[in-house]
Design a protein around this ligand. Structure first.
Ligand SMILES: C[S@@+](CC[C@H](N)C(=O)[O-])C[C@H]1O[C@@H](n2cnc3c(N)ncnc32)[C@H](O)[C@@H]1O
Length: 234
């Protein structure tokens, strides 16, 4: 049987809001016809096939894992995910690699009208629920002592020196890297690897001593690149 995630009730909806490519082409057409408000508040609530999404999301996150796997060493134990959504990538990491502790900085609300666009320094879009994320991580076997959910809007951000920081299709994809730059300087050491998706990979040569493109998403509208960076220049 093909591998899939176990999904708590209602999780399929936020997963599709986080990853629109998981919606069927029929649902995507409806989104075009009825608009984004009706899509995020009505269609995603009632017309999704959870089993299908559990399968497709598992495959998608397993493929994402393959793009970053070789950069995670055995002694990279403390991981931070910024805008990791419900956490499918971290579940896959946890299944494949030992002794990892996961911190998530996410948001605990769903925007009324999902825009999926670049917001620059304005950053008010969110599509996550901590209640669903917590039960998703637990039923997919990340031990409760191995993860921490931090609410970007209400909690103090964790001040630890992380080994790996990931932000797939979130930081510098939906909102400007500068929103997090001072925080990232505090929580990284020279060896910390920061992995995110951006359409301006070259710009980061001014920010980090090391920048490497590890994947290119040329088929999408945004044509982003996944980069791995380390060592802030100042
Ligand atoms: C396009 S989704 C990507 C989710 C996941 N990384 C993935 O690849 O499936 C972007 C995520 O960023 C989150 N987000 C938005 N603003 C944020 C912020 N300031 N800090 C952390 N997460 C944020 C949203 O709630 C959403 O889950």
């Amino acid at each position: 049987m093909a591998k899939k995630f176990l999904l708590p009730n209602k999780a399929a909806r936020i997963i599709v809001l986080q990853r629109i490519e998981l919606a069927s082409s029929f649902i995507k057409k409806i989104r075009k016809v009825f608009g984004r408000y009706i899509f995020s508040n009505f269609i995603t609530k009632f017309f999704l096939n959870s089993d299908d999404i559990a399968l497709k999301y598992y495959k998608l996150m397993s493929d994402e894992f393959l793009t970053i796997k070789k950069y995670i060493n055995d002694n990279d134990n403390l991981l931070l995910s910024i805008g990791g959504g419900i956490g499918g990538l971290e579940v896959i990491i946890n299944k494949n690699l030992k002794n990892k502790t996961f911190y998530f900085i996410e948001r605990n609300y769903i925007s009324k009208k999902v825009k999926y666009g670049w917001g620059g320094m304005v950053n008010d879009e969110a599509y996550n629920s901590f209640e669903l994320q917590k039960s998703f991580l637990l039923i997919n076997e990340i031990d409760k002592k191995n993860f921490y959910l931090v609410d970007y809007d209400n909690d103090q951000l964790p001040l630890k020196k992380f080994d790996i920081i990931t932000s797939l299709f979130s930081l510098d994809y939906h909102y400007d890297f500068n929103l997090y730059i001072e925080y990232l300087k505090k929580v990284s050491k020279p060896s910390t690897k920061i992995i995110f998706d951006t359409i301006r990979a070259k710009y980061f040569n001014k920010i980090f001593k090391n920048v490497e493109i590890i994947n290119s998403d040329i088929d999408t509208v945004h044509k982003s690149k996944r980069i791995i960076c380390s060592n802030f220049i100042d």
